[in-house]
Design a binder for this molecule. Sequence first.
Ligand SMILES: [Zn+2]
Length: 395
Amino acid sequence: MTNLSQHICPVCGSDHFEIFFEMLEVPVFCNVLWPEQKAAQNCQKGDIKLAFCPSCGFIGNATFEPSLLDYTQAYENSLDFSPRFQNYSQSLAKRLIENHDLNNKNIIEIGCGKGEFLVLLCELGNNQGIGFDPTYVPLPEHQKVKDKITFIQDYYSDKYADYASDFLCCRHTLEHIPQPTILLENLRQAIGNRSNTAIFFEVPNGLDTFRDLAIWDIIYEHCCYFAPVSLSYAFASTGFRVQQTSDEFRGQFLCLEAVPGESTKEMSEQQIGDLQQLTADIQTFSQRFTSKVETWQSKLEYINHKDQRTVVWGAGSKGVTFLNLLKNKNQIDFIVDLNPRKQGMYVAGTGQRIVPPDFLQEYQPELILIMNPVYEQEIRQMTADMGLDAEFVCV
Ligand SMILES: [Zn+2]
């Protein structure tokens, strides 16, 4: 696999793929569990140098080294322990089953993680499924679906081209692949002339990060960032007819539905306008990023000065990036997460211990920093049920 260092856009091939933003020495894995604090602090680091392509809108880490990342079963990025996220997955599964008549069909999921979404699709629509993911771990609760679903602990690649399906989905995976169009080309080739095969892709929404400053989502694992215009371009140029793109989960996710079609590199008037707007966002991004980080440095200095007992809530990418970017300014020792597989582990780079919500009863924080506003309601509810009296700030 080649990296992106040649200043050539890996999506459209333009040679104007220029670096506009740097974040150096960050943990290469935000979502690997570290059972020891020292090891977490000494984890492998890498440099993020984001480049933008003004021809198609693609954003990628131009210094990305795929060899630094080895996705194993210690990789844990499941969000399914949050009721809010579960509700979202449920309603998404129902919508896809209804829109694509997914009843008694064959479904493939590329990058199925621990399999939660594939199980939902197969149970709700009585479908058969095949899930691909090198980080999949056999779970006892999957025993009951073993007649319906096969999990393959591997990356999806052209060697699996013979696995036909009526529907193919891929959530939060494409942004981890340095040459995303190669995956899409392989996929298009595997689908061949089975024109009824529909596909669904979900990625983080680049507009949320680069326009609305959800900056804690910039992580080494994500070598690619897509806005609606670049995501559509990537699929259209590799032979898919894009039916719709939509943003979901308060604008944080970007979804695309497509069917096989003819390859096209042309953009509509609307897309050309979107691309110009994105180009303007990118031009000011570095400056807006710095100013947001500086604001947080001041806030944390104030919190330290007042000696407020503070925890972060959410040990996913956002929480890990926040703690690492502000590591010289915070005196935070604990980070809360609902995922029991993360609890007791340590944060990559900075080494805070990940604790369950119950821990707060004993710790009695005065301030809770919420990493994702989507979960604010459930966090407030949970802490109110524990009788905690803390102040909340969404980061
Ligand atoms: Zn491009």
